[in-house]
Design a protein around this ligand. Structure first.
Ligand code: PMV
Length: 356
């Protein structure tokens, strides 16, 4: 039990560390309460994580949740109001929230302006804290599987892609015929043993621009409504997922690389061809992509790239190629903001910590 040994038995503390993730099959387009237009698949990262601590105490009158939010030690209006509306939106799933005051402290181990998706790590860390609090308050026994499934469900309401961060390794979110138990409401971990070729996959994140996103992902998802290519995109994502799953099982890096890059470029193609259209890559993103493909051709390296809905480029390669990739990364740093490249790898998922 991580409930603190507090003298006041009605004050609870919970702490979760939860990582970000990078999608290989991209979720782009949604409906209803954050339900995805297509199934997606991501790698849970290890080094880029959010640490969240909640202190919960009971209040009278059922007017809660009362919330005080601090980000990296400071009050943060913008994040605070997003957290508050998220908490209000999950009251139907946590009846106890009406009776509590929450002091939430959160921080990332990566700069939140580094261009790494922080909503996935932040929302999953908070959802896990809420699930721990629910378990403590209700005293209900719950299996680890059911606990994580609820945490994934709640994370999704905060930020769609966050629901995949609840599991380590690789997870899939969204109903898909090739994935048993898959669901639009929560993510599921991969049900088969990953081929060892992928089990130590590396992700070097080249920070081309650390600034705010040009277009929020909510605006981006909405642009898929009525998009001329929407139906074709969802069909493509579904078949790419089937092919990628097979590649992950069989250790087929060539197909992995082909699908991963196809997904990244398709996501950007959707943005370019929406109305209005957006160019989310920068000239240096293109310079990096050119260099990576040239390097691959010349060296026979397995390195491939993916992109989020922004200009930064993720390089994916097996750990065994780290030494080979190092000079390439050094060269590519010239295209990065202040030469910033963040080294990450596939992680084993969120961790519950003892805290006060
Ligand atoms: O979870 P959101 O609403 O921030 O959307 C994330 C969308 C992408 O990062 C572009 C793709 C994905 O599947 O993570």
């Amino acid at each position: 039990m991580t409930l603190s040994q507090n003298a006041d038995a009605n004050v609870f503390y919970f702490c979760w560390k939860s990582p970000s993730n990078i999608a290989l099959i991209k979720y782009w387009g949604k409906s209803g309460n954050q339900l995805p237009a297509n199934a997606s698949l991501s790698i849970t990262l290890k080094e880029a994580y959010t640490l969240t601590r909640i202190k919960a105490g009971f209040i009278q009158g059922g007017s809660g949740p009362e919330v005080e939010f601090r980000f990296e030690g400071e009050k943060n209006e913008a994040f605070g109001s997003r957290i508050e509306s998220f908490l209000k939106s999950v009251v139907p799933h946590f009846a106890f929230l009406k009776e509590v005051r929450l002091e939430i402290e959160s921080g990332n181990n990566f700069p939140h302006s580094a261009g790494i998706a922080s909503s996935a790590s932040a929302m999953s860390a908070l959802a896990l804290c809420l699930c721990s609090l629910e378990k403590e308050i209700t005293g209900r026994e719950i299996s680890r599987e059911a606990f994580l499934q609820k945490a994934s469900f709640i994370s999704r309401i905060g930020s769609g892609s966050a629901c995949r961060s609840v599991y380590g390794g690789i997870s899939v979110w969204g109903k898909h015929t090739s994935v048993e138990g898959s669901d639009d409401a929560f993510a599921v971990p991969l049900s088969f043993e990953l081929n060892p070729l992928f089990s130590d996959i590396r992700d070097t994140i080249l920070i081309v621009d650390p600034g705010q996103k040009k277009v929020s992902s909510s605006v981006g998802h909405n642009l898929m409504k009525g998009h001329a290519y929407a139906a074709a995109r969802y069909t493509q994502a579904a078949s790419n997922l089937t092919a990628l799953l097979l590649a992950l099982k069989q250790g087929d890096w060539e197909t992995f690389s082909l699908i991963t890059e196809n997904e990244a470029l398709s996501l950007h193609a959707m943005m370019m061809t929406s109305r209005p259209g957006y160019l989310l890559m920068h000239p240096n993103s293109l310079n990096i992509i050119e260099k990576v493909t040239d390097f691959r051709k010349q060296s026979g390296s397995a390195v491939c790239f993916t992109l989020d809905a922004g200009p930064n480029v993720h390089l994916l390669y097996p750990a065994g190629e780290s030494d080979k990739i190092k000079p390439l990364v050094e060269e590519l740093k010239d295209y990065c903001y202040k030469g910033t490249a963040i080294e990450d790898t596939m992680g084993s998922g969120p961790e519950k910590l003892n805290c006060r």
